[in-house]
Design a protein around this ligand. Structure first.
Ligand SMILES: [Zn+2]
Length: 285
């Protein structure tokens, strides 16, 4: 092998390793992520808990970093994680700042998507809930795939965390990031992982749940077509399906959710480099 070829292979490998480990941005607010170095690599790998939930640990710069997802319902003030190493327990404190997310008022034309559900609708809504809570509870011990790419090319149509009103009725805050794109646009896996499940749900429409390891999960809602199956491994950039308008929507878009330690966090923190480009499309024709 020629030396320059060897060198380029080495650089490619190095780039892949660093890129695969790219950490999300820090944002110590409700719905944000806090990164805390908890131990040196080389010592035994600790276990970390936040509100009694297991927390993702990843190696970066010779340290074990805890990636802590802060719930949207979190109170501002002093928070802490518990780090357990062998029999030894240490508390790491961090501060969560308050954040007022703006309001968003949406008019849904299909009334049965907001009120006046039939018994059959309620049955479907409840069974969907059970299936999805099971999907959201998945934890796999593998090394987590954290370096995300943007799952769909489109326009940033609605931010994470907005306080929502559907037809003037207050609903839960917006737990994902909306990227609008024409029906049929490809949606790809932002990082490697396993397909937890796929389904067609009352509010969420056609949906895929992915497991990227250690409680880092992602979900893709309102899809038109689903091209993957439960249990399947997907690589970063592999097609999951296409953008659609299934479920409770006002138009075709991807509602993208990211979970850490069983709470939804702002997906924009994983793709901050791409956000200005997606945002700019709101202002161009
Ligand atoms: Zn959404």
């Amino acid at each position: 092998m020629k030396p320059n070829r060897f060198l380029s292979l080495f650089i490619f490998f190095f780039w892949q390793v660093t890129w695969a480990n790219k950490l999300p941005d820090d944002s110590a607010v409700p719905g944000g992520i806090v990164k805390i170095p908890v131990a040196e690599v080389g010592k035994s790998r600790p276990e970390v808990f936040y509100f009694d939930k297991k927390v993702l640990l990843t190696q970066h710069d010779q340290k074990w970093w805890a990636l802590v997802g802060i719930p949207l319902s979190a109170k501002a003030g002093e928070h802490s994680i518990l780090v357990r190493e062998n029999q030894h327990e240490t508390k790491f404190n961090f501060r969560v700042e308050g954040k007022e997310y703006p309001e968003q008022r949406i008019t849904i034309k299909k009334k049965r998507m907001v009120t006046g559900f039939t018994d059959e609708d309620l049955k479907k809504i409840n069974s969907d809930k059970k299936i999805m809570s099971k999907a959201k509870a998945v934890w796999s011990d593998q090394g987590a795939n954290i370096g995300f790419i943007t799952p769909v090319e489109g326009r940033l149509s609605s931010l994470f965390g907005l306080k929502r009103f559907f037809n003037d009725i207050p609903k839960r805050p917006h737990n994902g990031l909306d990227i609008a794109a024409p029906t049929g646009t490809d949606i790809v896996a932002p990082a490697a992982g396993h397909v937890i499940n796929t389904g067609h749900y009352y509010f969420n429409g056609k949906t895929v749940f992915l497991d990227h390891g250690q409680g880092l999960l992602s979900a893709y809602l309102h899809m038109d077509e689903i091209n993957v199956k439960a249990g399947q491994r997907v690589e970063q950039g592999e097609k999951l399906g296409t953008v659609g308008a299934t479920g409770r929507v006002t138009g075709p878009h991807l509602h993208w959710i990211v979970y850490l330690n069983k709470v939804t966090v702002d997906p924009a923190l994983f793709i901050s480099g791409d956000i200005p480009r997606l945002e700019a499309r709101n202002h161009s024709k």
